[in-house]
Design a protein around this ligand. Structure first.
Ligand code: SF4
Length: 363
């Protein structure tokens, strides 16, 4: 499979935890100018259009574009016929007319930035929506027969209790959607929270509570009929994110837009992160991946999947003996972080919590 990632780096406000490539636009012209540059970049990949099977429009906040801008964006992509076509939506910037446009251009998957259903915590994160927005958007998307709806949830937020998280998980049940991505709040540099942390005003959730929350999320979503298929992702009826599966399976994808990266024809590509530079020339650098780079990525990304990596396939692809090349793997198995099942090497429940300790083996 081959994917296309399209980055829209504009947001109405900046969330306190966010380290994505994004900015609040000065005005409408700034977005229009960006879209023109984006169109040029997308057209430079025209020869790949026929082989692209997933499109993912992410951000930033793609749904903050107005109807004309969204139409312009979708027109750029209309010669591609993907199996899966996703757009990220923030609940407060969605309108029924935007939903109609999604439908008209064949978007079949919406990823909704919810994060939590606790209004105080939303405020703490500096999010701009309410629970009413979320239920309204999901209802409307269902009425429009957009078949695949995913929400993003964040847990281990300072001040969040187990019962807050239980409440969030109950709301997910009520939404009756196909997919959930669930991440811990990570303290990233250059964020508002990081500055608070440096001043002693931000205290990370302790690891025991974080682990308890992870177990609660997994147990509760499984009870709701979700399959845990990747460290942080859960799907009903095998409605995995096909686009993200490309990342985790070392498939090819093109990345366009500010700060986007891709993996195509054996090269990792990295776009400019500064808007002024991007508008002149989007691509910052591309690096040919060595045998070792590919092996490392195959193992680290592959182990993020709950099924793990197929040992024989990896050994044949890279002409090696996995346990001979990485003698520390045995140690990780003895620690109960890894196991072998049906020919796959995979993280155990304990390993899912401590994945980084395993990934270090390959670096
Ligand atoms: S989390 Fe999303 S909406 Fe919030 S600032 Fe980052 S990109 Fe924008």
């Amino acid at each position: 499979m081959k994917g296309l990632y399209v980055h829209i780096p504009f947001c109405q406000y900046i969330c306190h935890y966010c380290d994505f490539v994004k900015r609040v636009p000065k005005n409408k012209d700034m977005i229009d100018e960006y879209l023109l540059a984006l169109k040029k970049e997308i057209m430079s990949y025209k020869d790949h259009f026929k082989t692209i099977e997933t499109i993912y429009i992410g951000g930033g906040t793609p749904s903050m574009l107005d109807l004309d801008q969204l139409t312009m964006l979708f027109e750029m992509l209309k010669d591609i016929n993907p199996l899966e076509y996703t757009i990220e939506v923030n609940p407060e910037s969605y309108t029924h007319d935007k939903g109609l446009l999604f439908k008209r251009y064949g978007i079949n998957r919406v990823s909704l930035g919810v994060q939590t259903f606790n209004q105080d915590l939303l405020h703490y994160l500096n999010r701009g929506h309410t629970n009413e927005h979320v239920f309204h958007v999901v209802d409307d998307l269902k009425r429009l027969e957009i078949p695949y709806i995913s929400i993003d949830l964040i847990y281990a937020i300072p001040g969040q209790t187990i019962s807050d998280l239980e409440h969030d998980l109950e709301q997910i049940k009520k939404l009756d959607i196909t997919h959930v991505s669930c991440y811990t709040l990570i303290l990233e540099e250059k964020t508002y929270f990081y500055h608070q942390y440096l001043r002693g005003n931000f205290k990370e959730v302790n690891q025991d509570l974080e682990a308890t929350m992870y177990e609660l999320v997994t147990k509760s979503l499984k009870a709701q009929g979700f399959e845990h298929y990747e460290i942080s992702n859960y799907a009903k009826h095998k409605h995995y994110s096909k686009h993200n599966m490309i990342y985790w399976s070392l498939g090819e994808y093109i990345g366009v837009g500010l700060g986007a990266h891709g993996f195509i024809d054996g090269y990792r590509t990295y776009n400019e992160r500064a808007l002024a530079k991007y508008l002149v020339n989007p691509l910052k650098e591309k690096t040919l991946q060595t045998h070792n780079d590919l092996l490392q990525d195959d193992l680290i990304f592959g182990l993020r999947k709950i099924e793990g990596v197929h040992i024989q396939s990896i050994e044949e692809k890279y002409h090696l003996d996995l346990f001979h090349t990485y003698d520390k793997l045995k140690e990780k198995m003895d620690l109960g972080l890894l196991e072998i099942k049906d020919g796959y090497l995979r993280l155990t429940d304990k390993g899912l919590l401590l994945g980084n300790q395993v990934f270090m083996v390959f670096i």
